[in-house]
Design a protein around this ligand. Structure first.
Ligand code: MN
Ligand code: MN
Length: 456
């Protein structure tokens, strides 16, 4: 038989060799900085604006007319960013959109968070996104976010990242007294109302409680009162930094790969395409982890408003522009984990080290709640990936009926925009410390660049 008839999945290491691996390792350094500089959507948006401004992108005001050659960004509430570059090609051929998200699962403070119990001061919390609660106890945590005072001042908070900073902590039970807890199902062992963050133990003086002492410290540092917590957005995230994993340093461990591992490549691919003739748009969305609702999530109509502003600048129908647009919903896919082979179907799962992943459908059960990408679009992408020498694979979110999930894909394709999921295979998705391979991040950068530039 002619061996060329067979599809063969191979690693990036084998297919492209040392030159690509070296490039991937160098690329990973910038990505690790992006991770460490952005642990919330607000911080990632700030980091993205700094990066794109340094490459000639300037702020866009809604409704302004655009022209070929414009490189712009629209900052939606500091939490969601649209970066776009207007090409020379006829806008009627559509926009090439890459949408990723920069929010990540974490633990938010409640509205009225500060209290004292047993001589210790705590924050009450409400978790954000699909966390496994037992993973967030007995580990160093940092506090990130903003407090907005009544006079409209924004006070940024970031404690636990500098080596000299204190960190925060959620306790777990000692094994000696954990006999009953150990019998509970994993999801019940630590409950939501137990995720209380430890803040202090030292009273100010004999009359003053620990709570008062902590509040005085916060007031001195930030100039806020307890009531100011009502207009704050404070998030508890892992204090750990992005690090290389393994003797060979081929992988990166970090909080929040999902989905900054797609956001960063979608930005760098834009930087690497200064003369792209197509009009391209890179979206960093918020709220994906809780269903894409809200004015900074992909269910908001803002994307349509921006497409409409671009289309009307050229006197073209935005419906026509959308009809001819294409989108990569850039999000992570699960990578095969040999520690848990029972949840994967080996033929159709993505493997770490085998490149960027195209996921035709997500959803759950009988493909419920998914954008199921069209083969015509996949065929076009195969040609694009081949032309740009991208190593890619297909992926699926585990075995049929093992579980499921979704991305922003369905919130974009519903606007008559051809969409597919593309991303990086990830181990331990939503854990405080997730893991990816450097070559897969780099191939995703190349895949997005191919999508932006492919001339067909
Ligand atoms: Mn995601
Ligand atoms: Mn996620």
């Amino acid at each position: 038989m002619n061996k060329d008839l067979l599809y063969k999945k191979e690693t990036v290491y084998k297919k492209l060799g040392k030159e690509t691996v070296d490039a991937a390792f160098a690329y990973a350094e910038g990505y690790k900085s992006f991770l460490d500089n952005g642990k919330t959507e607000r911080e990632s948006v700030d980091a993205a604006i700094a990066l794109m401004s340094a490459h000639g992108y300037r702020e866009y005001t809604l409704g302004d007319t655009v022209k070929a050659g414009d490189k712009l960004y629209y900052n939606n509430r500091g939490k969601n960013l649209f970066v776009f570059s207007i090409g020379t090609e006829d806008i009627r051929n559509g926009i090439r959109i890459v949408a990723s998200h920069v929010d990540a699962p974490r633990i938010d403070l409640k509205q009225c968070p500060l209290y004292e119990d047993g001589g210790m001061a705590y924050f009450k919390t409400h978790y954000y996104g699909g966390i496994r609660k037992y993973q967030w106890v007995a580990t160093p945590l940092a506090l990130h976010g903003v407090v907005i005072t009544k006079d409209g001042k924004t006070i940024k908070v970031c404690v636990g990242e500098d080596e000299t900073d204190p960190v925060f902590y959620i306790s777990d039970l000692l094994p000696h007294l954990g006999y009953e807890q150990a019998k509970l199902p994993l999801g019940d062992a630590i409950r939501g109302e137990q995720l209380n963050v430890l803040l202090g133990n030292m009273p100010e003086d004999e009359e003053n409680s620990v709570k008062n002492a902590v509040l005085t410290l916060i007031a001195d540092k930030y100039g806020i009162t307890e009531e100011d917590f009502f207009s704050s957005e404070l998030c508890v995230v892992p204090a750990a930094k992005a690090r290389d994993i393994g003797f060979d340093r081929s992988m990166i461990g970090s909080y929040g790969h999902d989905d900054r591992v797609c956001a960063y490549p979608s930005l760098t691919a834009l930087i690497d395409s200064p003369d792209c003739k197509h009009t391209v748009m890179c979206i960093l969305a918020d709220k994906e982890e809780i269903g894409s609702d809200g004015a900074s999530g992909m269910q908001c109509d803002l994307m349509l408003d921006i497409i409409d502003a671009i289309a009307s600048s050229f006197g073209v129908s935005s419906a026509l522009v959308r009809a001819n647009s294409k989108c990569l919903s850039a999000d992570v896919c699960c990578g095969y984990d040999p520690n848990f082979p029972e949840v994967f179907e080996r033929m159709n799962t993505a493997y770490v080290g085998c490149g960027a992943v195209f996921t035709k459908y997500t959803g759950s059960r009988g493909k419920s709640g998914t954008n199921d990408a069209n083969p015509e679009f996949i065929a076009w992408l195969r040609a694009a990936m081949e032309e740009y020498n991208v190593v890619w694979q297909s992926g699926e979110l585990g075995k049929v009926d093992a579980g499921g999930g979704g991305t922003v894909a369905k919130f974009i394709s519903k606007h008559n925009i051809e969409t597919i999921d593309l991303g990086v295979p990830l181990i331990a998705m939503h854990a405080p410390y997730e893991m990816v391979a450097k070559v897969d991040v780099y191939e995703t950068h190349k895949a997005v660049k191919a999508f932006y530039n492919f001339d067909r």
